[in-house]
Write a protein that binds this ligand. Structure first.
Ligand code: NAG
Ligand code: NAG
Ligand code: NAG
Length: 752
């Protein structure tokens, strides 16, 4: 960091901190995948490899070791003389090649495939997987630069095989760009984790000769340390690629390589610190080996000190204000959350000026997240911004408990945000089983002469004979239809049916304009849309002349010019109610409105805690329910909290939650037997060192994980047989369903 002191207020010190990439950056999605591992906004990337001993795919299969192998097998066909191959994701097309035997590659690629998007390639995810698996096991931080591109077909063969002679090994590694010492280093660093499995290599590990059919490469199978080196040098190693049957049949490849320079390189790696530093360098070289023409980012992906996350503008029901929601995420690794009293987001109006009045909103911490080496605090943003003045950018000030202030101004650019076009989430929906997507956008009235398009990017299974488990990305563009005008904005709607109904990691873009004048609200996660679209009930007289033109600029200089574009006639001339109107609130603090919700059958929907008092507001109920995943207000004066909803409770029309909060006449607090229900998926603090990690299991016996799938419409997704039990596990359900192709568990205790 290079803080520069600037005058702020007498007696106070404000530092302008500039250490982050300029936001938004092309690597933002990958950054979250790598560092938001647990807690609020968790991307769950490390679930199957953390802790390092995790055998999420079955006994004897350290998933961390499998991830590291995938990095090498994908890269190992590189030809640096021709500039072909390298870390390019081509392994997904090479799984039936006998060089890539065993289930580990497919399991790993299937997991990583869940994260592939237009912003993050499979090859970058493999690089991130090398970082994550090494770090999860106590190894060094392998720097991950981004920008890899995915191959579209299998590459040349050429993964080194145990029977090769040292001459062939040397040639193969030379083709990859590795010298003899580097060859030895990358092999030692890769073989500090995991073992050799009997089913794939029965001639090296005879059946029933090793626990769980796995012969370890060193005695610390799930620790990234240099025992693979020291045990080899001491002559005590049981590494099946050094001693045992492999030595008798010439397949002792680790011995051949380790011994290639008469143990000189291995001797240097006997020093633990040298081992760690060397592995960091050589594993980075491995993941940075890419086809010619691929340009990696200059800097590795590191966590931002301050980062806007999931920011969204939404037109409020009053038709006159935009809600800015989302989070400012603050890295608390070296700045404890407890030392941050509050955070202020200060914004510029649409033209870069201060016509928005106070132009600021303040937040306090709610929610935290953690990566391997970092922690983060989340500050929920909820600012109502007048549509007539809008927003173009903001800066963030952290107010610290020692009375100093740190200002983050995005390296002098301010954090840009456009109000020209926005995805209107309450009026957008995705019916997950069918893939039926309806998207509503709002476009500022000065842009309604320009085309408005919906872009959808979605994964589709390949179902190819080469057993590629990574979905292909497809995209579609649909032109959106103009709807009603509300105040300074006009609705546009587009529909699309995602083929196959698969919605995991489907992304939605709404685009206003074309050519040189394009404004977008893009990369919105379709999976976060509700199942049904709500009607927009608000009315505000159409301001057809539109606000001032000129795109939001981060440099608040240009003088705004007014270009009337009366392209729309008012559909509603009802004069809008000023100030705060009675409405359902989409966002309260870090929580989102689920819907109106019924109580259970003779049981409360939420049973964690309850409160009743006059003067209740949504905010006070949220305060009473701090730490719970769900809360809801009922009957104007009751408040219930819980971490789960009773199964016998159900969604009700929002219009049935029609009682005003006793403490705030602009908010609804449910009704009789109706909860105004709010939820968050992760406001709880992360558990830093869980003994048994809660995780998706990629495989259970012979079954592999497909995804989280909805029930059918009026029909069970899996209807042939079922049972329920309070001690349900994936394994017991798999056993029950062993005659079927699919099995699934539901609601914690049901199996179909
Ligand atoms: C290298 O070390 C191994 C293991 O101790 C040993 O078997 C081998 O003979 C050594 N190589 C040389 C050239 O000394
Ligand atoms: C859509 O797919 C095509 C072909 O793969 C690609 O060239 C284009 O960039 C994609 N567009 C978007 C918006 O992702
Ligand atoms: C619930 O919140 C209200 C309003 O903030 C507060 O006065 C009350 O003490 C809280 N109740 C409990 C039991 O915490």
């Amino acid at each position: 960091m290079r803080p520069t002191s600037v005058p702020f207020l007498a007696g106070l010190v404000a530092l302008t901190v500039r250490a982050d990439p300029t936001w938004p950056a092309s690597t933002d999605d990958l950054e979250e995948i790598m560092y938001q591992l647990q807690g609020t906004g968790a991307r769950l990337f490390s679930d199957v490899i953390s802790p390092c001993t995790n055998e999420a795919s079955g006994p004897g299969r350290q998933n961390a070791a499998e991830w590291l192998r995938v990095g090498f097998h994908d890269m190992a066909t590189a030809n640096t003389y021709f500039g072909t191959g390298g870390l390019d994701g081509s392994l997904q097309f090479e799984l039936t090649n006998t060089e890539n035997t065993g289930p580990g590659h497919a399991t790993t690629l299937k997991f990583l495939g869940n994260y592939v998007s237009s912003r993050t390639s499979l090859a970058d995810l493999i690089a991130a997987a090398v970082y994550a698996s090494v770090r999860s096991c106590g190894g060094p931080v392998v720097p991950v630069r981004a920008g890899r591109q995915d191959a579209t077909e299998a590459g040349n063969p050429g993964v080194p095989q145990p029977q090769n002679s040292i001459g062939i090994f040397t040639d193969q590694f030379d083709r990859m760009g590795f010298s003899v010492p580097e060859m030895i280093q990358v092999l030692a660093c890769g073989h500090t984790l995991g073992g050799v499995h009997s089913p794939e290599f029965p001639d090296l590990v005879p059946a029933n000769s090793a626990p769980d059919d796995e012969a370890a490469l060193d005695t610390s199978v799930a620790v990234f340390d240099n025992k693979v080196v020291t045990e080899y040098l001491a002559g005590t190693t049981k590494n099946p690629l050094v001693v045992g049957p492999s030595a008798r049949i010439g397949k002792n490849s680790d011995f051949k390589v380790f011994n290639a320079d008469a143990n000189a390189t291995m001797a240097t790696l006997a020093d633990p610190a040298t081992f760690m530093n060397t592995c960091k360098t050589v594993l980075q070289k491995m993941i940075d080996t890419v086809p010619s023409g691929v340009v990696l980012t200059a800097d590795p992906v590191t966590p931002y000190a301050v980062k806007p996350v999931d920011l969204q503008l939404t037109l409020n029901p009053d038709g006159q204000t935009l809600l800015l929601s989302g989070y400012i995420r603050v890295r608390t690794t070296n700045l404890p959350a407890s030392s941050i009293s509050s955070l202020t987001l200060t914004y510029k109006d649409r033209n870069g000026g201060n016509d928005c009045g106070s132009c600021a909103t303040t937040a306090t911490v709610q929610g935290s997240a953690a990566g391997f080496d970092d922690t983060f605090a989340f500050f929920p943003i909820a600012a109502n911004i007048d549509t007539s003045t809008g927003i173009s950018s903001f800066t963030v000030a952290l107010h610290l408990s020692d009375s100093t202030t740190q200002i983050y101004d995005n390296n002098g650019h301010s954090y840009p945000i456009t109000d020209a076009v926005l995805l209107q989430t309450p009026q957008s929906c995705l019916l997950q089983g069918t893939g039926a997507l309806t998207v509503s956008a709002l476009v500022r009235n000065d842009r309604t002469s320009l085309p408005v398009t919906l872009g959808v990017t979605y994964p589709v299974p390949r179902n190819t004979p080469d057993q590629n488990p990574v979905p292909a990305l497809q995209n579609a563009t649909v032109s959106m239809t103009k709807g009603k005008c509300v105040g300074d904005y006009t609705f546009y709607t587009g529909t699309y049916t995602i083929p196959g109904g698969l919605s995991f990691n489907a992304r939605v873009d709404v685009i206003s304009g074309d050519g040189d004048d394009v404004q977008v609200d893009d990369f919105n996660d379709a999976g976060k849309l509700a199942g049904t679209c709500r009607d927009y009930t608000g009315v505000a007289s159409c301001s057809g002349a539109g606000p001032t033109s000129g795109e939001p600029s981060s440099s608040p200089t240009g003088t705004p010019t007014t270009t009337p574009t009366p392209t729309d006639t008012p559909t509603s001339a009802t004069s809008a109610t000023p100030t705060a109107t009675l409405s359902h609130r989409e966002i309260i603090g870090g929580y989102t409105l689920v819907s109106c919700w019924t109580e259970g059958a003779n049981v409360r929907a939420l049973r964690g805690a309850s409160f009743a008092y006059d003067g209740m507001t949504l905010e006070s109920c949220m305060g009473n329910c701090s730490g719970f995943a769900y809360w809801g207000a009922e009957y104007g004066r009751e408040c219930y909290c819980g971490n789960s909803l009773d199964a016998s409770s159900a969604e009700a029309p929002l219009s049935e939650c029609d009682m005003v909060c006793s403490g705030d006449a602009t908010e609804y607090c449910g009704a009789g037997n109706r909860l105004e229900l709010y939820s968050t998926t992760a406001t709880q603090s992360p558990t830093p060192t869980p003994t048994a990690t809660l995780a998706v299991k990629p495989t259970v016996g012979a079954y592999s994980f497909v995804g989280c799938i909805t029930e059918g419409v009026g029909i069970r997704a899996l209807s042939e047989d079922s049972y329920a039990a309070d001690d349900m596990t994936l394994e017991s359900c798999a056993a029950f369903c062993s005659d079927f192709t699919y099995f699934g568990t539901e609601y914690g205790r049901e199996c179909r």
